[in-house]
Design a binder for this molecule. Structure first.
Ligand code: FES
Length: 157
């Protein structure tokens, strides 16, 4: 089934190696990760060695070989964020989502990932949910931020 979907994604692109990264971006966006079967299809269709496809898929942080949640929660633990309470923010996020450690919730709604710098240190401590950045984040704001990404039924609980 995924091969069919990958074929559909690749249909809009010329089949050459220059389209490797855009193709992987499209697949990541569609499936929220890069299934192995999809990588094999990309290699075959773009005529790129499978090792090169895996190299690209594992080199860039924007790609994942494991299924991730609908929302990606990145909590910065870089130096600026660390000294301003980034670890406490991460611990609060994990408590709110009932996760023992970084990873994906059982319902695949959230994936929590510590990162080393989100590039906006002046806003430390920083957390990013999907494309939105939350700066000067205190633990007390975490539940409200996360609630904004919950499905309506969950948010009401
Ligand atoms: S250290 Fe957190 S944004 Fe740079």
């Amino acid at each position: 089934m995924q091969d069919v979907d990958v074929d559909a994604i690749l249909r809009n692109r010329s089949e050459c190696a220059a389209n490797l990264i855009p193709a992987l971006q499209d697949i990541q966006s569609r499936f929220h990760y890069l299934p192995e079967s999809a990588l094999r299809t990309v290699a075959r269709r773009l005529k790129v060695p499978l090792t090169q496809v895996f190299h690209a898929a594992t080199f860039y942080n924007c790609f994942s070989l494991e299924p991730v949640g609908r929302h990606l929660v990145q909590v910065c633990l870089g130096t600026a964020c660390h000294v301003r309470g980034g670890q406490r923010v991460l611990e609060k996020v994990l408590r709110e989502l009932n996760l023992p450690a970084s990873g994906t919730t059982p319902d695949f709604e959230f994936t929590v990932a510590p990162v080393r710098c989100l590039g906006c240190c002046a806003l430390a401590p920083v957390m990013r949910v999907d494309q939105r950045t939350y700066g000067h984040l205190q633990q007390s704001r975490v539940p409200k931020v996360l609630k904004g990404y919950c499905k309506p039924a969950m948010a009401a609980v």
